[in-house]
Design a protein around this ligand. Structure first.
Ligand SMILES: [Zn+2]
Ligand SMILES: [Zn+2]
Length: 284
């Protein structure tokens, strides 16, 4: 008889290195932005009202970003602490030999987290933990607001970049933006110019990556699929767009994007799920 739940790693804690690296990168972006705004060409010229709106937007984005990061990291999507013993008799249940436990449908074992995750979507390498039933909402909101913040930072760095562009040839600038490390190591740019190009590159690439991730997960959200189910063409849990949104984000799915702490309790428990067949039976 397996245990009702099992912690995956020796101490049950997820790996911290990816999170530390992501935090260091975020700190580097923040420092570079501060440097450019304080010592560089400064922010783009705006009137007092536009400046106030821009500050309000930045505060809104930062609060949402940090709030969703906190919620994502605090929510444990795994089977730890979930009483599963005696429930593993229904369709779709399986036995996980690593966790030594019966695990419910849509869950999956993560070799990095070393534990089964309820409604497992994928393992997020940037934050070093899995995305599952309990942290899907902050993950999606994080994608949205990270894309917004990175775009905003790119715009704020724009005047510094254009000043650099005016001082150098287009070829030099293209090389700096495409191969900043090579330009630094060959002594063709100063450390400050390298830092500006590197941070702008990573902000634009990060915004594009987050935007693409948001589009992909938006599609999954409307279809009621996880990434794993999408890869295998499974549509067993597609209840229709509106019900799929409620199942993943709760009844206030339209508003959760605006504030991370807005209450919108998930209707399920991450163990049992309504299927397309159940809805068909109810309707007929
Ligand atoms: Zn497992
Ligand atoms: Zn994982």
């Amino acid at each position: 008889m397996g245990q009702p739940w099992a912690a995956g790693s020796a101490d049950g804690a997820p790996a911290r290195l990816p999170l530390v690296l992501t935090a260091l990168w975020a700190a580097a972006v923040g420092l570079e932005l501060t440097y450019v705004l304080v010592l560089g060409p400064g922010p783009p010229p705006l009137g007092p009202l536009a400046r106030a709106l821009q500050l309000a937007l930045a505060a809104f984005q930062l609060l949402n970003l940090l709030g969703n990061v906190g919620l994502f990291l605090r929510s444990d999507p795994s089977i730890r602490g979930v009483m599963l013993a005696g429930r593993g008799l229904g369709q779709g249940w399986a036995y996980c030999y690593q966790c030594q436990s019966q695990v419910p449908p849509r869950s999956g074992h993560c070799s990095a987290c070393r534990v089964c995750i309820l409604r497992r979507d994928h393992h997020c390498r940037l934050l070093g933990r899995c995305v599952g039933f309990r942290n899907y909402r902050p993950f999606l909101c994080l994608l949205l607001h990270a894309a917004g913040v990175l775009l905003h930072v790119s715009v704020l760095l724009g005047p510094a970049l254009s000043a650099l562009l005016r001082a150098h040839t287009p070829l030099h600038m293209a090389a700096l933006l495409l191969l900043p490390w090579l330009m630094l190591l060959t002594g063709r740019v100063s450390l400050a110019q390298f830092a500006l190009a590197f941070v702008t590159d990573t902000c634009v690439a990060g915004a594009l990556l987050c935007g693409a991730g948001l589009l992909f997960h938006g599609m999954l959200l409307l279809r009621g699929q996880t990434t794993w189910e999408w890869a295998r063409g499974q549509h067993s849990y597609d209840l229709g767009p509106c019900h799929n949104l409620q199942a993943a984000l709760g009844p206030r799915w339209a508003l959760v994007w605006l504030w991370p702490f807005l209450a919108s309790p998930l209707p399920g428990d991450g163990i049992t799920f309504q299927t397309t067949a159940d809805v068909g039976h109810t309707a007929s």
